[in-house]
Design a protein around this ligand. Structure first.
Ligand code: ADP
Ligand code: MG
Length: 203
């Protein structure tokens, strides 16, 4: 069960990131250095290359190993941050945490690593609201939960547009960072959709 799930999650996430790499890079060109799509594509393709090995691990082990691959291969600010997210989630999964606690643990690692929180115009501005929705709705019917998670991620990404960036490269632009979506928030939204796609198929 875990093994199919892990393989499908890797495949879907890599596919969505790869398909949208140009878009992510374009967003990063506006308020960063134009490498976010390339970085993420490289990282997820490296994870996919190791998919067979990862799929033999339990969910916790697979998340931790995938996180380590991302740290090694993504580069930029987002590599260590996405690595922290997956490693934090993996550790919590190993301790048997339910999904909302699992995502919360990953978010804590990202916050610590990036010295950031909600409102800094980063990936956290998608991840935190999605975690809140997951915590509120995880007991409800699966299709309704997935719909709400997707909607939350979409809305949260859109809300980064008018934010002032106070972390990462975009913060160098000051007020000029307003009016653009955050690239890391956009990749986080894609990953939320990837997870929902897979869970929808097994529902
Ligand atoms: P770099 O900025 O080094 O080129 P990327 O372009 O791959 O790295 O990633 C940029 C994204 O990383 C940003 O859009 C933002 O979402 C995220 N990010 C940058 N710094 C932080 C931070 N301190 N905390 C959380 N997320 C951050
Ligand atoms: Mg960049």
């Amino acid at each position: 069960m875990d093994s199919d799930l892990v393989a499908e999650l890797i495949d879907r996430a890599t596919r969505l990131i790869t398909e949208h790499a140009e878009e992510l890079t374009a967003l990063d060109r506006a308020i960063g250095d134009g490498d976010h799509g390339i970085n993420m594509k490289r990282g997820f393709e490296a994870v996919r290359e190791d998919a067979e090995r990862l799929a033999r691990l339990d969910l916790g082990g697979a998340l931790q190993q995938a996180g380590m691959i991302l740290v090694r291969t993504v580069g930029g600010a987002s590599g260590p941050l996405y690595g922290s997210l997956l490693m934090g989630m993996g550790r919590a999964a190993g301790e048997g945490a339910p999904p909302p606690a699992l995502l919360a643990a990953g978010i804590e690692m990202v916050k610590r690593r990036g010295k950031a929180d909600r409102g800094c115009k980063t990936m956290l501005d998608v991840l935190i609201p999605v975690q809140e929705t997951l915590a509120q709705a995880s007991e409800g019917p699966r299709p309704e939960l997935l719909r709400r998670l997707r909607e939350t991620a979409d809305r949260a990404l859109e809300e980064t547009r008018d934010m002032l960036a106070t972390r990462g490269r975009a913060s160098f632009l000051g007020e000029r960072s307003r009016g653009h979506l955050d690239p890391g928030a956009a990749s986080s939204r894609l990953l939320v959709h990837a997870v929902c796609d897979v869970l929808e198929a097994v529902a």
